[in-house]
Write a protein of this length. Structure first.
Length: 168
């Protein structure tokens, strides 16, 4: 399990470093990631906590990562029901419907790729693809990672989170 989690850990760091660099922020500020676990399944929650723990334990990845367990009534309900002191660079949402198989996606919510300078889009897209592959491996067929350019749900959350100040 540890080897499967290490792949997404490195890729999350690379993705966020690229995203932060593309948005014009200085790299002295740690990229901020919010991981939201909506599941009520012990197995899925353990996978999420394993991912978060692996990210936190890496000395070569400098991320400010926050994990929250949230209960929502529907998968498209805003899971950020708490006050955000500082906006995040990415929000990873693990829907509660993964354990039932109703929705088998983990949503990687960032600003839209159209907000990234043209010269960096190919590199950021490649890194996001690697992140999705890492999530696919870490969740072993239970769920796949999808981003804002892959599905309407992460794009919806991106728009919502930018408007509400959750994403910077």
């Amino acid at each position: 399990m540890k080897n499967k989690i290490m792949i997404p850990v490195v890729i999350v760091g690379l993705t966020l470093i690229l995203a932060v660099g593309a948005s014009g922020q200085t790299l002295t500020e740690s990229p901020r990631v919010l991981v939201i676990d909506e599941s009520d399944s012990f197995e899925i929650s353990m996978r999420v906590q394993g991912l978060v723990g692996a990210i936190r334990s890496r000395e070569d990845v400098d991320l400010d990562i926050t994990a929250k367990m949230v209960k929502v009534d529907s998968p498209t309900e805003n899971p950020v029901k708490f006050e955000v002191d500082e906006p995040f660079d990415a929000v990873i949402i693990v829907p509660g419907t993964i354990s039932s198989g109703k929705i088998s996606q983990i949503w990687i919510v960032t600003r839209p790729l159209s907000s990234i300078p043209l010269e960096m889009r190919a590199q950021v897209t490649s890194t996001l693809d690697q992140l999705k592959n890492g999530i696919d491996q870490a969740f072993a067929g239970k769920a796949e990672g999808v981003g804002v350019s892959d599905d309407v749900i992460p794009a919806y959350f991106s728009t919502l989170f930018v408007r509400e100040g959750v994403l910077r």
